[in-house]
Write a protein that binds this ligand. Structure first.
Ligand code: PLP
Length: 362
């Protein structure tokens, strides 16, 4: 099947570019003496996860239990769930996954950790945990240094839990700080929090096996940072408009994700309307004022949403306006949320469709 024969709207993944991105990231991280456990929230796909692991990744991170289940049931057997669980049934499902391989989860307080420990004890099991630390995102996580170390000690002393290490994900510094020098300076401040926790842990005689940090915007800062054993970037495999604008990720990694729509109406000489509405492309960045519209891969056109199933293309001049039946490709502003809108992506090489791949568990 040819790419041009795909029904639209469609999510297209350039597999050659994905494989180059995976190989490039792996080579870099290895050269820094670090591991990579890529984040599956960007792809939600055992097909892509297995490519990353075959290239040398030590497993996968997941953000939802559903992602972890989808990957593990498909044979991906080393997973870190980077999200807290806070309900009995969810914890039961998490513990069930231990049958399929190594599954770890973050904890950031005695409340959620005790829920987990209790369920594990009840089943005669031990849950592998990573202590999450807040290194500046002001979201979840123990405060770095002594608080995180003391909590880690509590974990080591709590029956039903096994302390494996710490996480410090600098989520506030990925695409939101475009200038590299500024991002680097802020990341050094954030990572000093990791160092502080490691020092405090050492004083308590606790040696973490895993220290995990870093995303696509900070991969070259965190990989090789003293004490960091692995990084967890996600978006680098597909990239998107926003990541494409920041250095060095924007030039280091290729844009591998496009969405394609068909022009279904040309009501005026400068307006074409496609079948690609906001059910087919993530535009949520618009809501926070950082530009969420997809970029048309044709000149002289600007996209604006026309509702659930329509996307309006305004042409600078009539000569740029596509015609009814023309297909238009776009680079999404955000790869993670765009992928989340599709049940299937089409993996292509050149203009040939190699695979129709289910997006596991949205
Ligand atoms: C905990 C965690 N780790 C890693 C990532 C991957 O980040 P990126 O897609 O920016 O590489 C995310 C993304 O939101 C995340 O929430």
């Amino acid at each position: 099947m040819k790419t041009d024969e795909l029904p639209t709207p469609a999510l297209i993944i350039d597999l050659d570019a994905v494989e180059r991105n995976i190989a490039k990231m792996q080579k870099f991280v290895t050269s820094r003496g670090c591991n990579i456990r890529p984040h599956a929230k960007s792809h939600k796909s055992p097909f892509i996860a297995k490519k990353q692991i075959a290239a040398g990744a030590v497993g996968q991170c997941c953000q939802t239990l559903l992602e972890a289940e989808a990957l593990m049931l498909a044979g991906v057997d080393r997973i870190l769930l980077t999200h807290n669980l806070a309900s009995g049934p969810a914890i039961e499902r998490f513990l069930n996954l231990k049958k399929n391989g190594e599954i770890m989860i973050i904890v950031d307080g005695t409340e959620n950790a005790e829920m987990l420990a209790k369920a594990a004890r009840h089943r005669g099991m031990v849950a592998d945990v990573i202590v999450d630390t807040d290194i500046g995102a002001n979201k979840v996580g123990q405060q770095p240094g002594e608080p995180a170390a003391k909590f880690s000690r509590w974990v080591t002393q709590t029956e039903g839990l096994r302390f494996r290490g710490i996480m410090g994900y600098e989520g506030h510094l990925q695409v939101s700080t475009p200038a590299f020098e500024e991002r680097n300076a802020k990341a050094q401040v954030a990572l000093a929090g990791v160092t502080k926790t490691l020092t405090a842990l050492k004083e308590l005689g606790i040696a973490p096996e895993i220290v995990t940090c870093g995303g696509t915007g900070t991969y070259n800062i965190t990989a090789g940072y003293p004490g960091v054993t692995e990084i967890q970037p996600g978006s680098y495999i597909y990239m998107d408009r926003r990541y494409g604008e920041i250095g060095p990720a924007g030039t280091d990694f290729e844009k591998a994700m496009t969405v394609v729509g068909t022009v279904v109406s040309t009501p005026t000489p400068t307006r074409a309307v496609t079948d690609l509405g906001w059910k087919a492309v993530g535009i949520e960045y618009e809501a926070i004022g950082v530009g969420g519209m997809p970029t048309p891969m044709l000149p002289g056109l600007k996209y604006s949403p026309g509702g659930d199933e329509h996307g309006v293309l305004n042409a600078e001049e009539p000569k740029y306006r596509p015609n009814v039946g023309d297909r238009v490709k776009f680079i999404p502003a955000h790869c993670d949320t765009t992928l989340n809108l599709y049940g299937t992506f089409y993996g292509v090489r050149g203009d040939h469709v190699e695979v129709a791949c289910p997006v596991a568990r949205r």
